[in-house]
Design a binder for this molecule. Structure first.
Ligand SMILES: Nc1nc2c(c(=O)[nH]1)N[C@H]1C(S)=C(S)[C@@H](COP(=O)(O)OP(=O)(O)OC[C@H]3O[C@@H](n4cnc5c(=O)[nH]c(N)nc54)[C@H](O)[C@@H]3O)O[C@H]1N2
Ligand SMILES: Nc1nc2c(c(=O)[nH]1)N[C@H]1C(S)=C(S)[C@@H](COP(=O)(O)OP(=O)(O)OC[C@H]3O[C@@H](n4cnc5c(=O)[nH]c(N)nc54)[C@H](O)[C@@H]3O)O[C@H]1N2
Ligand code: SF4
Ligand SMILES: [Mo]
Length: 709
């Protein structure tokens, strides 16, 4: 078979002189199926067609997905390594760039020890690459300091699922079953803008009479069509979930048999939620009592329900508690492990699920093994061929690596597939850290805001120039295909890491000829772990429309529905969450009287380093804005489009106002897809969840002032 795979039966999409390559979108966790159009003569990527026979997305795509192909051949692509000399980037050969990296990495480690180097990874990469980033840090650089952008994204969901269910798989059910769900309880997810192609499942279910409850301080497009919109104050999800649990228990909606057989802590839970009467819950959350009661009744009465959430509840200093409590709502209704029901977080990045399982996290090894578990260290060391005593200890979380830079403990960093100069909180601290580093390497295909700080920039390939697998938001491992050869001198990340490993004298551990060989090693490294990929092969993925982990052997069918019989804790039971509501890290004060919350718009992706280069998307949404209610605008004498200064205890920025009734009167929302003076992360706080170490991007206190003309 040629290296370019085309599924049969799509001949009608073919244009003369072109071939179609079947793959998936590079952006969000939906991983929509698509065919990329390639001009046969030039080998260039020229367009895209949706893939109608992909069972998760059925030919649906969003504005980012249909323009993603434009980034591949984009004029801004970095096509050679760049070395900074006298403050300017100079084009260089790979040998020159690797010489500089080897010299500086070795110098820093010689002077300050192995842990003076660090790695900041990302999960827009395939499983093969994410796996290799973890191995690169621990085996090639031999440092304990590695973490990744998923810390900003999925870590509270991971923590909440581990605590309650014992295994963190983003969804306990496959997406197409959602069509048969009777009730969706969606908290802190702007589904229509951030996972747009999920909406088809909601519509299908709604056509059959399904009910929709949405908890969000904003009336998002999804909240607008909800049966109940719980318009809570930012940072009050634990109170809301406890309040819902209170009503569900009081009104007899508990599945007693399921709870007795499959859950721990029910008596404690009853005591814990006792005080969360509708009155108290309403007082804390600001949601009207009748809405709370209506939502609980609709949810409680539905035979098949799904509790879903996203960063709105997770990017808080109590994010793990929030996730554990919302998951508990699904547990007491006996919904997990059954058809068309369960619990799911909307995984953010394309490989946000797979990328958090294979060792990019400061404390994790492949297959979700813990670095603090001696047996796990011994097993993975044996796969890697190193002495277990050589395995570095756990490091610190993504944001906390910048504290280590400030203290002088970390002196060098390799950023691979992330743009923290835009996307990390409290940017002043991040910018200072990036400036303070003695040596910074950035691997990217576009010169990001972070790359501007670098000493060496390494040109990587886009997702269309390499092959591999990702794991979508359902937990389904899927195939990303190579569409064209690497542009210019760019190289896939796995090859770059192997080259640096060789320069560091560790090349013998990185002898790969292609990504498939890495996947074969990953299968073994994950074998027996919670996220077991051992039974998954690339062939199976193609034949079976993806394979769901855990899949411990090649004759195992994979696991579309999690927890049918047992949960992931040693006793096989789920742990119901008993936690109180606590205030967010920062609350409004006299000087900063409003809430600021941040997030996304449909037209841009994360730090915007990719989508800000696509003209259609920039035409639709060229700049950030401060979304606020007309009543708030009136109080500040603001018209739509007026400029306002937004300040928090850390910093300030100036943006345009966008007036809409679709937000609480005490809350201002700003999207975060822009850099430098337009970066809202200048304002966000450095409060971290104590368990997941996830930053509180969703809540801080805000002062607003009208700018004089
Ligand atoms: N268009 C687009 N789609 C994307 C992305 C993108 O950048 N752009 N990024 C992808 C990634 S990596 C991620 S992580 C996901 C994120 O997907 P989402 O989490 O859906 O997106 P956000 O905009 O971050 O936040 C979701 C909602 O949380 C609400 N919210 C704010 N504060 C609170 C609160 O205290 N409680 C509750 N209950 N809700 C609150 C906001 O009003 C917002 O509507 O999207 C993925 N998809
Ligand atoms: N205020 C605020 N801040 C937030 C959030 C929020 O809601 N509010 N959300 C947080 C969340 S959920 C997330 S996920 C983070 C994401 O934040 P970032 O990690 O900054 O996300 P991206 O913009 O995707 O950055 C990825 C970079 O890697 C490059 N890239 C893409 N693919 C590859 C590849 O295969 N290899 C290499 N080497 N490079 C590649 C892209 O060009 C881009 O520059 O932002 C977080 N920051
Ligand atoms: S929904 Fe997500 S995966 Fe699908 S086209 Fe849009 S950005 Fe791509
Ligand atoms: Mo994310």
């Amino acid at each position: 078979m040629s290296q370019y795979f085309v599924k049969e039966g799509i001949k009608n999409l073919h244009k003369p002189g072109e071939r179609l390559v079947t793959t998936h979108c590079c952006y969000c966790g939906m991983q929509c199926g698509m065919h990329i159009r390639v001009n046969e003569k030039t080998g260039k990527v020229v367009g895209v067609e949706p893939r109608y026979d992909w069972p998760v997305t059925n030919g649906k795509m969003c504005p980012k997905g249909v323009t993603a192909y434009q980034t591949v051949e984009h004029d801004d692509r970095i096509l050679t390594p760049l070395i900074k000399k006298n403050g300017k980037f100079i084009k260089a050969s790979w040998e020159e760039a690797l010489d500089v990296i080897e010299e500086n990495f070795k110098k820093i480690q010689h002077e300050s020890g192995n842990d003076a180097l660090s790695v900041f990874g990302g999960v827009s990469m395939t499983n093969e690459k994410c796996y290799l980033v973890g191995k690169y840090a621990r085996v090639a650089l031999r440092t304990r300091f590695i973490d990744y952008n998923g810390r900003f994204c999925m870590s509270s969901a991971a923590g909440g699922f581990q605590r309650t269910l014992g295994i963190d798989r983003g969804s306990t059910l496959p997406w197409p079953e959602l069509e048969h769900t009777d009730c969706f309880f969606i908290a802190g997810s702007n589904t229509a803008e951030c996972h747009p192609t999920s909406i088809q499942w909601l519509w299908k279910a709604k056509d059959k009479g399904a009910k929709l409850i949405v908890a969000d301080p904003r009336e998002t497009a999804t909240a607008r069509v909800a049966d109940v919109h719980l318009d809570l104050k930012p940072g009050t999800d634990s109170a809301l979930a406890n309040g819902m649990l209170h009503i569900l228990i009081k009104e007899g909606y508990v599945d007693e048999e399921y709870v007795t057989k499959r859950c721990n802590n029910f008596e404690d839970l009853k005591k814990n939620v006792e005080k969360f009467t509708p009155e108290l819950t309403s007082k804390i959350t600001g949601v009207a009592i009748n809405k709370l009661i209506k939502a609980a009744h609709i949810y409680g009465m539905s035979p098949r329900s799904v509790v879903m959430f996203a960063r709105g509840v997770e990017q808080q200093s109590k994010g793990v508690d929030n996730v554990a409590l919302y998951t508990t709502m699904a547990l007491i209704r006996g919904q997990i492990g059954k058809f068309a029901s369960g619990v799911a977080t909307f995984t953010g990045q394309g490989n946000g699920q797979g990328g958090r399982e294979h060792g990019q996290k400061a404390d994790l090894l492949p297959g979700y093994r813990k670095l603090t578990d001696r047996k796990a260290v011994e097993y993975v060391s044996s796969v890697w061929g190193i002495d277990p005593n050589e395995m570095p200890k756990p490091g610190v979380s993504a944001y906390e690596m910048f504290d280590e830079i400030e203290k002088g403990n970390i002196r060098g960093m390799h950023v691979i597939c992330s743009n923290p100069a835009v996307s990390a909180p409290n940017l002043e601290h991040i910018w200072n850290g990036l400036r303070k580093l003695d040596f910074l390497v950035v691997s990217d295909f576009f010169l990001s805001e972070t790359a501007q700080f670098a000493d060496v920039v390494l040109p990587t390939t886009t997702w269309a120039e390499d092959e591999g697998t990702t794991t979508n938001l359902e937990g389904r491992v899927i195939h990303i295909r190579k569409v064209r050869d690497p542009l210019g001198q760019s190289k896939p990340d796995w090859e770059i890491l192997s080259l640096i490993a060789k320069r560091m004298g560790r090349g013998q551990f990185f002898l790969y000829n292609n990504p498939k060989e890495i996947f074969e090693e990953l299968r073994i490294a994950s074998k027996g772990g919670k996220a077991d990929y051992y039974g998954i092969t690339w062939d199976r993925i193609d034949k079976e429309d993806g394979v769901f982990w855990p899949c411990p052997s090649e004759d195992h069918p994979g696991t579309p529905t999690m927890f049918r019989e047992r949960f992931g804790h040693p006793d096989g039971k789920a742990n119901l969450a008993c936690v109180d509501w606590q205030e967010p890290g920062e609350t409004p004060t006299e000087e900063f009287p409003l809430f600021l919350t941040t997030g996304r718009v449909v037209f841009h992706y994360l730090s915007g380093n990719q989508t800000r280069r696509v003209s259609f998307l920039m035409e639709q949404c060229p700049e950030p804005f401060a979304e606020m209610h007309p009543a708030l605008a009136c109080q500040y004498q603001l018209q739509d489009g007026d400029m306002v200064r937004l300040s928090t205890p850390r910093s300030e920025m100036i943006v345009k106002t966008m007036i809409t009734k679709a937000i609480r009167k005490d809350t201002v929302f700003v999207p975060y897809h822009w850099g430098e003076e337009l970066a809202v992360n200048q304002l966000t706080s450095d409060h971290l969840d104590p368990y997941s170490r996830m930053p509180e991007f969703k809540v801080c206190s805000l002062k607003m002032e009208k700018m004089n003309d």
